[in-house]
Design a protein around this ligand. Structure first.
Ligand code: ADP
Length: 171
């Protein structure tokens, strides 16, 4: 039936603490691959995040709003606190999108793909690379630079720059 045409849903999971231009570049590319992109914001208490889960969800929604408007695909930002594969299944995702930066990301991702494929072989993991100028950006380094009062413009969107700086001051 025409109205049952298969829509492809992708899940892009991460901590997004804070969301960077690297993440946004991957989201832009991911939107070309799917009809609906779910950005899954992980609780990740073990990473001791700078921003609460609610704050990160609100920030990711705000910073991706323009991409959602420009794209024919739908964007949904959801929090999750469960096994990635369980969340992907309940969200109806057929692909998981991950970004690859350097060789250092590879080892962990390699293991994740193997384990996740075992949990659900129907869900494929797809790796995307950001534009070269965004590849070196990581949330962890943004926080380290900000903690020592360094300049973080160019790594994260302008409103995130002030929110990270304010949070660092209040810590
Ligand atoms: P995680 O807690 O899963 O590492 P992150 O929020 O740090 O979450 O990253 C989410 C995803 O985005 C991961 O797949 C990560 O490799 C990818 N990513 C982060 N920064 C970049 C970047 N600069 N270029 C490409 N991919 C990136």
């Amino acid at each position: 039936m025409a109205d049952q045409k298969k829509r492809r849903t992708g899940l892009y999971p991460g901590t997004f603490d804070p969301i960077t231009y690297g993440h946004l570049d991957i989201i832009k590319r991911g939107l070309k691959l799917v009809d609906r992109l779910i950005i899954g914001v992980a609780t990740n208490p073990s990473k001791n995040p700078l921003f609460s889960l609610e704050e990160r969800v609100a920030q990711v929604r705000r910073e991706t709003a323009h991409l959602a408007q420009q794209s024919a695909s739908e964007v949904e930002v959801l929090a999750f606190d469960e096994l990635l594969m369980h969340f992907a299944e309940s969200a109806g995702a057929s692909i998981i999108i991950r970004g690859l930066r350097a060789v250092s990301d590879f080892e962990y991702e390699f293991q994740m793909v193997g384990m996740n494929a075992h949990l659900n072989p129907e869900i494929e993991t797809v790796f995307l690379m950001a534009d070269a100028k965004y590849q070196p950006i990581s949330s962890r380094l943004v926080k380290e630079i900000a903690a020592y009062g360094g300049k973080i413009t160019g790594f994260i969107p302008p409103r995130m720059v002030s929110e990270v700086a304010d949070r660092m001051k209040s810590r």
